[in-house]
Design a binder for this molecule. Sequence first.
Ligand code: NAD
Ligand code: TYD
Length: 349
Amino acid sequence: MKSIIITGGAGFIGSHVTRTFVNKYPEYQIINLDALTYAGNLGNLRDIEERSNYKFVKADITDANKIVEIFKEHQPDGVIHLAAESHVDRSITNPVAFVMTNVIGTVNLLNAAKEIWEDHYYEKRFLHVSTDEVYGSLGEIGLFTETSRYDPHSPYSASKASSDHFVRAYHDTFGLPVVLTNCSNNYGPNHFPEKLIPLCIHNILHNKPLPIYGDGKFTRDWLFVIDHARAIDLVYHKGKNGESYNVGGFNEWQNINLVKELCKQMDEKLGRPERTSEQLITFVKDRPGHDIRYAIDATKINRELGYSPSVTFEQGLSETIDWYLSNQEWLNDITSGDYQQYYKMQYTV
Ligand code: NAD
Ligand code: TYD
């Protein structure tokens, strides 16, 4: 039986990737390696936790010895690396945590893979999950391709860029069989409510202000999380060693228009009069170093691996809202405790 270690499997994207692999590949043993930080939640995986091809191991990727121990015990054939500090605003208040997990943690995993695979790389694979934010910010036109220059601006994107460089360096120097994905903004069920879409869904439900940074004209390309998990599956199995694949939805929205669309759909679903939730929109102080526009050219993954997203944004957003409406307990659990403190610090000026 082949085994794959998925790091960060209790987080937003990691839980969807873990579920996809556990369900689709009963012949693989899937090991979810996660430290369960504020963003990790085993409740995201309740439906598969009893499956015989799934196992959870609690560990912090900054602990090099522990990681080697786990790799020796489980002898993984593959690694899908998602564990990270992932929120730009938190990286502005605590950059060191991002260096520790995203850079040092990634190097620890690369070292552990190199050590247990001992240059026997046949049918082995290390997939590093990265972001389009490493490419920096676009003007009004243009798209990020795999050869766009790295130009990160936030401590988050700088730490992810650094980790990407280490992953490529281990390929070029030691021959480690790596592949990388650089994906645009994800949305969907189980998204932690510090990020724009779930934060607004939560605040609309509770009639709280919807904080829009700056003038709201910042643009992001949004992809449904299940379509990201499908891309990771494809790149893990079919991607070429040493290559990067951009993943995106060709689906750009200015933040203000996105939040208005969300308000419209929420009003319909909650039976509120038209434009009720829009009244909650509040412009707040901008994020320092805020990237103006991200947009992905995803033609390489389409051309070489036949990938395209499976749902339209309207369908994906509707499904996402429905999930939050039927899982308010999940949302309430997450937004109690530490989250309240974070929210006060981030949004009370
Ligand atoms: P998330 O914050 O929801 O989850 C991160 C997970 O990693 C959590 O389960 C957390 O407990 C775990 N983790 C954090 N530090 C750890 C450590 N030191 N050791 C072990 N586990 C640790 O993140 P996400 O949004 O699911 O993002 C997953 C990956 O995808 C990240 O690498 C991120 O950079 C990348 N990515 C995210 C997006 C997005 O829109 N969210 C887009 C492109 C790429
Ligand atoms: P976010 O979900 O944090 O993702 P990222 O910064 O990784 O793109 O933010 C998406 C966009 O929404 C980004 O331009 C910042 C903006 N934003 C707000 O306007 N208000 C908010 O409260 C948050 C969290 C984000």
